[in-house]
Design a protein around this ligand. Structure first.
Ligand code: XMP
Length: 326
């Protein structure tokens, strides 16, 4: 039975010095647990799995294999950044799986949000399992479980974005971050030398852009979500809002309206901007984005994103709206 209670005397990791001490202690523990065994990790590129990967690379190097599944619902530049940071800079064993067609084919025509989520979750496990079976002699499964995952899930010990694996894949779990809160994970990530853009990331749901391409996902509308999200993130960063606003993203609903483009009538999608602040995601208030910034973002999205002729700002707090649209 694993101990899942944060030690009462554990200091909050708020400084680089405390992070260095934590890293040194974890490296020793990981080496003792893993010995010369092999470890597998699903590396999404989110904060938690990235910090686990960086820690394990330091502790056991090539005994770790990271599997990065590109399900086609990631933000612009994410798969490239995972490859650049972990394969090129940290010299990790990284298996990159291009599963874009597989996921989008399975999702074609599915418009019910919970069904979309189930398909994405189940397919993710299937792809990861297939990759695990290709590798010989894996004994350990590393997970980016953090303390809120344990507090929220009671006896079920799973990272919030990763579901279960089949029983016959019988791995011993490696969860070096399980007593850390998110802000502590970020401090440790910084001390491990991960790029700021990776460490300071806003929360990103497991089903990714799939829940922001409202209704049945099509490739062209998904591209409109991805491109508009990239513009929004860039403009928020330029305006000094990145890291200050809790979560901000774009949504593309499944309807069109009339517009005018290049002197002709257009019939295109709207892009909705959402930017919220919250403590625990149970309730949220909207960010008061300055109007000139909203206008700049609107001008860029309507001129640079294919198939879009309007930009709207969602002013709804949670409740009565949720943060995501699906
Ligand atoms: P809602 O939309 O419920 O979102 O107000 C609250 C927070 O949860 C995130 N979210 C998800 N995260 N899988 C996840 O890992 C999901 O299916 C999912 N749905 C919502 C959302 O981004 C927000 O931060």
């Amino acid at each position: 039975m694993q101990n899942n209670v944060r030690p009462a005397d554990m200091k909050r990791i708020e400084t680089a010095e405390l992070a260095e001490a934590f890293i040194a202690e974890k490296i020793a523990e990981l080496r003792a647990q893993i010995g010369d065994g092999k470890v597998l990790l699903a590396l999404s590129g989110g904060v938690d799995s990235s910090v686990v990967a960086a820690l394990l690379i330091k502790a056991v190097g090539k005994q770790l294999t990271c599997v990065h599944v590109n399900h086609g619902l990631l933000r612009k530049g994410e798969p490239e950044q995972v490859i650049e940071v972990f394969r090129n800079q940290m010299d990790a064993n990284l298996v990159y799986v291009d599963a874009v067609d597989r996921f989008l084919d399975k999702l074609a025509g599915v418009d019910e949000p919970e069904k979309k989520r189930k398909i994405i979750g189940a397919e993710f496990i299937r792809v990861f399992e297939e990759e695990a079976r290709k590798l010989d002699g894996i004994k350990f499964l590393a997970q980016g479980t953090i303390y809120p995952d344990i507090l929220e899930s009671g006896p079920v010990k799973a990272h919030h974005n990763v579901g279960g694996l089949p029983e016959d894949l019988d791995f011993e779990l490696v969860e070096p971050l399980k007593f850390l809160f998110k802000d502590e994970v970020r401090v440790v990530g910084r001390a491990l030398g991960l790029p700021d853009g990776m460490v300071n990331r806003q929360p990103f749901p497991g089903p990714g852009l799939g829940v922001r391409c409202v209704g049945a996902i099509t490739r062209d509308r998904l591209e409109a979500v991805r491109e508009s999200d990239a513009i929004l993130r860039e403009e928020f960063a330029n305006a000094g809002l990145a890291g200050k606003v809790w979560q901000y993203f774009t949504i593309v609903p499944d309807f069109k309206s009339t517009g005018v483009k290049d002197g002709r009538r257009s019939y295109d999608w709207p892009v909705v901007i959402r930017a919220v602040n919250t403590r625990d995601a149970m309730s949220a208030t909207i960010e008061r984005i300055p109007y000139d910034l909203l206008e700049k973002i609107t001008a860029r999205i309507t001129s640079e994103v294919k198939g879009v002729n309007r930009v709207l700002y969602d002013l709804s707090p949670k409740p009565c709206a949720t943060i995501e649209w699906e």
